[in-house]
Write a protein that binds this ligand. Structure first.
Ligand code: PMT
Length: 409
């Protein structure tokens, strides 16, 4: 699909990642987006306005108090023109200024004047990103509706390794227009690692024709299995009843009930390095199910439910346990409930998602995850499940190999 008639106002700030903006503009224009660029003074030290002007096809704006710009009220003009304001790379400085409502240059003034959705793709040294002040500013902007794309984890220009790299231009495009661009090529290497994943709902029979279940489609778990396999992992998928096609190169074990899923997962877990519990396992099952269909009567009826066994907690209690990643699906108090599950079930990591909202969670094409582990947390923004699965696996692999990483975002 093309981005025809989408006006993207692209703010570029001072970071070595500014060199990637040439490619970002090329990708956006390839999709027919109209891109206008605003650069801060320090951004011009990393890449020239002439380069971005040539690629965008528009004069690059750098000055708030430029005599020509003021005549045409550039900040108001551009803010009204934009369908989306994207700041990439977004330095710690611009994040701080925006969080505090400062407007001392064209880009920060534009942010205040813009009423369109705002996206930030941060780029900075990992220690700077983790700094409490930067994190407080990020939280404050999130609370005002600003959407963050990344940052990513990995080797940095300064030689450090950690969270702070600007996301790849392909990922930034895909986050802006999730249904229009293909996910970036995988750079994740899981060769030699075995991953066990559970997916989909379970069905708890009441009688031969009725059951208790939930709205899980299996898409999240299948996307994880696909992404792990594409990254070279040996993957086993324990799947509840779903309407999804089997995946090639992946061993799939089909189950129906929570009890069956428990048995299959516990059989497989000792042979895998990582377990990811993406299935929506029933917490309760009818205490008994009848061999014959229950008959309708004129009186109220009660169903006695008994708790199912907790698969995730049982896997984490194995000796030795695989690296165990749970999911938390919540309608409220997402962070508190997820962190409680992380502690109580003794997990290595938990990926929390909202359910019951218009987008994300059950049976949706897109999802967003707040990921927590003992030493940190990280937000993965709303995006197609295939891409989100890839990003979650990058994070799992990072913490699996370096458990003390404190990638707070
Ligand atoms: O399948 P989709 O339509 O793509 O939707 C994706 C999803 C919303 C189902 C998925 O992202 C998700 O959140 N999966 C977990 C759903 C869930 O059951 O969450 P929970 O908070 O109730 O359970 C917490 C964790 O315990 C989960 O990892 C679950 O697999 C596990 N669990 C729960 C009960 C049980 N008896 N055994 C378990 O292992």
């Amino acid at each position: 699909m093309s981005l025809t008639s989408r006006n993207i106002l692209l703010g570029v700030t001072g970071s070595i990642a500014a060199y990637k903006i040439a490619e970002l503009i090329r990708l956006l224009r390839q999709q027919n987006a109209d891109v206008q660029v605003v650069m801060t003074a320090s951004a011009t030290a990393f890449i020239t306005p002439l380069t971005l002007q040539t690629l965008s096809g528009h004069a690059v704006k750098t000055q708030l108090l430029d005599a020509d710009s003021e005549l045409s009220m550039d900040h108001i003009h551009l803010a009204r023109w934009a369908d989306s304001l994207l700041i990439a790379p977004a330095s710690a400085n611009i994040i701080g200024k925006l969080a505090h409502g400062l407007a001392d240059d064209l880009l920060s003034t534009l942010y205040l004047a813009a009423t369109c959705p705002v996206y930030l793709a941060p780029a900075m040294n990992q220690a700077m990103w983790h700094h409490a002040s930067v994190q407080a500013n990020v939280q404050s902007l999130r609370a005002h509706g600003v959407r963050f794309i990344g940052p990513d984890c990995g080797e940095q220009a300064c030689g450090d390794n950690g969270l702070g790299r600007m996301s790849a231009p392909e990922l930034i495009c895909a986050s802006l227009f999730p249904d229009k661009l293909t996910p970036p090529a995988t750079t994740l290497d899981l060769t030699g690692i075995s991953v066990l994943i559970s997916a989909g709902p379970t069905r708890e029979p009441i009688d031969p024709v009725r059951y208790i279940s939930n709205r899980s489609s299996g898409k999240m778990g299948y996307a994880l299995a696909q992404a792990a396999s594409q990254a070279g992992a040996r993957v086993t998928l324990v799947s509840g009843p779903v309407n999804l096609s089997p995946l090639s190169n992946i061993k799939i074990i089909y189950v129906e009930t929570a009890a069956e899923m428990f048995t299959k997962v516990l059989n497989e877990a000792p042979h895998h390095a990582i377990y990811i519990g993406a299935a929506a396992v029933a917490d309760y099952s009818p205490a008994q199910h009848t061999a014959q269909k229950l008959k309708k009567t004129s009186t109220a009826s009660q169903l006695l439910l008994t708790p199912t066994q907790d698969i995730l907690a049982a896997v984490a209690a194995l000796e030795p346990p695989p690296f165990t990643v749970g999911f938390a699906a919540e309608t409220d108090n997402l962070e508190d409930y997820a962190k409680t599950k992380l502690q109580q079930k003794k997990l290595n990591m938990i990926a929390a998602n909202w359910v019951g909202k218009k987008t994300g969670g059950f049976n949706s094409e897109d999802n967003a995850l707040s990921v927590y582990w003992q030493a940190g947390q990280h937000e993965l923004p709303m995006q197609p499940k295939a891409q989100l699965a890839h990003e979650l696996l990058v994070l799992i692999h990072t913490i699996f190999t370096t458990p003390t990483q404190s990638l707070n975002t």
